[in-house]
Design a protein. Structure first.
Length: 427
C-alpha cells in the first residue's frame, strides 16, 4: 500500500513537470512567433516608407521635364553596357536634394544610394508600379515622353536588416532575455523540485531507519527495567548487575546514534571545527581497529594490513579521521554475508598518502554507486534485513575527507566486495 501511494505521488510529480513543460513550450512558441510577426510588420513598414520616398521622388522628377530630358540624354549618349547612366552634377544635386527632403519628411534615417538605369525587359509593361528585391533595392520607373522606354530610378538601402532590428530595439532584446530567463528559471525550478523530492524520500527513509534503530535499545531498556521492578526483592547481585549492564549498553547505543545524527548536522553548519594536528596515519588506523576490535571479533572477521606508505604524516583531526576509518570498517562488517575479510593498504603517490580499505561484502550495484555518498541514502540490501544504520556513515566520511583537502573514491562489484580509496595530502 505504501509503495502504491509513493508511486502515485511520484506519478503526480512527473505529470506536473510534463504539463508545465508543455505549457512553457507553447508559451515560447507564441513568444517566438510574436517576435517574427513583429519583425514582419516592421519590414512592411520599412518597405512602405522606402516606396513612399521613392514614389514622391519620381513624382517630383516627372514634374521636372528638363531634368528628365537631361537624364535621358545622358543614358543615350553614354550607352553604358550595364544600362546605368552617369549623371551630371545638376542631376545629382537635384536627386540628392529630393531624397534628403523626403527621407526627412517620412522620418526615414538610413544610409542609401541610388542608380538611374534603363528598365529591364520584363518590367516594360508595368512602368507605373514599384519593385523591390530582397537585398534592399527599390525600383520605380520615371516616365519620360522623350524616351520610348523611359528611365528607372533605383533606391538601394543596404542596411535594411540592421535598421529593422534597431527599430525593434528594446522590444526584441527584452523578449529574447525574457525567453532565456524563463527557460533558466523553469529548469532550476524543475531541478529543485526533483532534488526536494529525493530529499523528502531520503528523509522519510531516515526517519523510518531511526525509528527502527531506536526501537530495539528502548525495548531492551524497558524489558530490563521491568525485570528489576518485577523482582524488586531479589537479592541476587548477579541478576541486578546483568540487567544494569543491559540498560547501560543500550543507553550507550542510543547516545552514539544521537551523536552521529547531531554531529553530521553540526559539521554541515560548521559548528564543530576541525582541530588539525600532526598525525601518524598508521597509528590512526591502529586506533580505529582497537575501537572496532569487539565487533570484528563478534563477526569472526579478519583484518589484513599492508602498510607500505613511508610518508604517513598528515595534518588532521584525530577524532574525526578515526571515526571515518571506523565507519568504513563498520560497513565492511555489516555487508558481509560470510566471515568478513577486511584489507587495509597504504602507499604514497607523489605527495599524497593513499589508504585503501577493501572487503568481501555483497558489493554495490552500479546504479547506486553515484548516490552512495548522499546523505540518508542506503543501498537496498534485498534479503539481507539485518543491516542497520541511518544512511549517514559514508556521507560523514566524505565530508571529513574533503575537510582535510582529500578525496574518496569507490570501486565495487556485486558479490565481489567494495573498495574505498582515500587520498590525503602529506604534511
Amino acid at each position: 500500500m505504501a509503495n502504491f501511494v509513493h508511486n502515485m505521488k511520484l506519478n503526480r510529480t512527473y505529470l506536473f513537470i510534463a504539463i508545465s513543460s508543455f505549457a512553457l513550450i507553447i508559451l515560447l512558441i507564441i513568444q517566438v512567433n510574436w517576435i517574427f510577426q513583429t519583425a514582419k510588420v516592421k519590414e512592411e513598414m520599412f518597405n512602405e516608407k522606402a516606396n513612399m520616398v521613392l514614389s514622391r521622388t519620381t513624382e517630383a522628377l516627372r514634374s521636372d521635364k528638363i531634368t528628365c530630358m537631361r537624364m535621358g540624354a545622358c543614358m543615350n549618349m553614354q550607352n553604358r553596357p550595364e544600362g546605368t547612366a552617369k549623371l551630371g552634377k545638376e542631376e545629382v544635386r537635384k536627386l540628392d536634394s529630393l531624397f534628403m527632403y523626403y527621407m526627412g519628411f517620412y522620418n526615414f534615417h538610413i544610409d542609401y544610394t541610388y542608380v538611374v538605369a534603363k528598365p529591364e525587359t520584363e518590367r516594360k509593361m508595368c512602368l507605373k508600379n514599384s519593385y523591390q528585391d530582397q537585398q534592399g533595392c527599390y525600383m520605380k520607373c520615371i516616365e519620360d515622353e522623350s524616351s520610348a522606354n523611359g528611365l528607372e530610378l533605383k533606391l538601394i538601402l543596404p542596411d535594411k536588416k540592421q535598421y529593422i532590428v534597431a527599430e525593434m530595439g528594446t522590444l526584441f532584446i527584452s523578449s529574447v532575455l525574457l525567453i532565456i530567463i524563463v527557460l533558466v528559471l523553469f529548469w532550476r525550478t524543475i531541478l529543485s523540485l526533483i532534488k526536494e523530492k529525493k530529499m523528502l524520500e531520503h528523509t522519510t527513509d531516515f526517519l523510518n531507519n531511526m525509528t527502527h534503530e531506536f526501537k530495539t535499545p528502548l525495548t531492551n531498556i524497558a524489558i530490563a527495567g521491568k525485570m528489576i521492578q518485577k523482582d524488586i526483592n531479589i537479592k541476587q547481585e548477579q541478576k541486578i548487575k546483568h540487567y544494569s549492564e543491559i540498560i547501560l549498553e543500550e543507553n550507550e547505543k542510543l547516545r552514539l546514534q544521537v551523536e552521529q545524527v547531531l554531529s553530521m548536522t553540526a559539521l554541515e553548519r560548521g559548528e564543530i571545527p576541525i582541530q588539525k594536528t600532526m598525525l601518524d596515519f598508521h597509528q590512526t588506523i591502529n586506533d580505529s581497529l582497537k575501537c572496532m576490535g569487539i565487533q570484528i571479533e563478534n563477526k569472526k572477521g579478519t583484518v589484513t594490513l599492508q602498510m607500505n606508505a613511508r610518508e604517513v604524516k598528515v595534518m588532521g583531526d584525530k577524532t574525526h579521521l578515526t571515526n571515518a576509518i571506523c565507519n568504513l570498517i563498520d560497513n565492511a562488517l555489516k555487508y558481509a554475508t560470510k566471515n568478513p575479510e577486511v584489507k587495509i593498504e597504504t602507499y604514497n603517490s607523489e605527495t599524497k598518502l593513499v589508504v585503501v580499505i577493501s572487503d568481501n561484502g555483497i558489493g554495490i550495484d552500479k546504479e547506486y554507486q553515484k548516490k552512495i555518498f548522499d546523505k540518508y541514502f542506503r543501498v537496498p540490501t534485498g534479503d539481507l534485513h539485518n543491516v542497520k544504520g541511518f544512511g549517514l556513515g559514508l556521507a560523514y566520511v566524505k565530508m571529513i575527507v574533503e575537510l582535510h583537502e582529500g578525496k574518496i573514491d569507490m570501486l565495487s562489484e556485486i558479490n565481489n566486495g567494495t573498495k574505498f580509496i582515500i587520498t590525503l595530502p602529506n604534511a
